[in-house]
Design a binder for this molecule. Structure first.
Ligand code: ZN
Length: 316
């Protein structure tokens, strides 16, 4: 088998207003804007990458904010919730902080023994904070006012909304995830390593209609490959399941392959290198608009087309 997949690399979602999106993820959740670039297929649209202080794999939530995008409908064949990990002692801090920011919070006392805070971002994207007893130490964003001991460390995992779990299980199990437990209609698959983003839940909800993409929808989820060689090995391995897998695509900060798992969710496998510090220093991540080489000659026009945004930087 290829080198193990330890968990998620990033999650990519759709938003509407870019400033509101930026304000929520940096100002409320305390993530760092680690990269500000454009949608390579639609250079009049931003591509925001939020993450921990270093832009570590397993912490990256990315958005395409289209200002006039209508809301999506969550349904089967989609990622229906994205969960971050926080220390269990920090759950009351987060409950209070979210409420103070005007966010409606629903507390689930015990899901596989973890307390879960459930809420939505301003576009209706469903988010969760999972209190973990022993989590991965956070690299707290230097740009945030969230005290270091309460900071989000990265992803806990995601929930996929599906008609059934069996076909998706075949793919996840081939990818090295094991069946960790069942609670009601929720089937948990976990990677062996206690890494960020190592839990994939399949929530079986056959009564729901297929999801419709829009603001608040997750477009795809990406798993980590430690190297280009491991990614190619996974491509060969997964082809034996008759999945239709793209060739390797260069996404500047990682290399990607994509395939749709049988339950309908778009999966990606992304490489850890080269990473987000490949074109700017760790101190200044996200501060300037980064363009791939072939768009540099059009920088002036692109900067004029993009809606202006204001970054929030807090000095701790
Ligand atoms: Zn991606």
């Amino acid at each position: 088998m290829p080198e193990p997949i330890v968990g998620l690399h990033h999650v990519t979602a759709i938003a509407s207003n870019p400033q509101r999106n930026l304000d929520f993820y940096t100002g409320v959740l305390g993530l760092r804007l680690v990269k500000r670039t454009i949608n390579f297929d639609d250079p009049g649209t931003y591509h925001f990458y939020f993450g921990d202080d270093r832009g570590s794999p397993g912490t990256i939530l990315t958005f395409f904010p289209w200002p006039h995008m209508g809301k999506g409908n969550i349904g089967v064949g989609e990622t229906s919730a994205t969960a971050f990990s926080v220390p269990v002692e920090s759950v009351p801090f987060w409950e209070e902080r979210l409420r103070a920011a005007g966010v409606l919070v629903d507390r689930e006392e015990s899901r596989f023994d973890n307390t879960v805070l459930k809420f939505s971002d301003p576009d209706g994207m469903r988010l969760e904070l999972v209190g973990r007893i022993a989590g991965v130490q956070a690299n707290a964003a230097r740009t945030s006012d969230v005290p270091t001991q309460h900071a989000i460390s990265g992803f806990f995992g995601v929930t996929l909304c599906e008609v059934g779990f069996e076909k998706t299980a075949t793919v996840l199990e081939r990818m090295g995830f094991w069946r960790a437990g069942v609670e009601g209609h929720r089937y948990r698959f976990s990677a062996a390593a206690q890494a960020l983003g190592s839990h994939i839940d399949v929530l079986v909800q056959p009564q729901l209609l297929p999801g419709r993409m829009g603001a608040g929808s997750v477009h795809h989820i990406a798993f980590r490959a430690p190297s280009d060689a491991a990614q190619l090995a996974w491509r060969e391995e997964l082809k034996t399941l008759d999945l239709d897998i793209t060739p390797v695509l260069d996404r500047t900060y990682f290399h990607s392959i994509y395939f749709r798992e049988p339950g309908g969710v778009l999966f990606e496998i992304a490489t850890d290198p080269p990473g987000f510090t490949s074109d700017e220093s760790i101190e200044s991540l996200g501060e300037t608009l980064k363009l791939p080489g072939w768009y540099e000659s059009k920088r002036e026009l692109i900067e004029k087309t993009l809606p202006p945004i204001t970054l929030h930087k807090i000095t701790k």
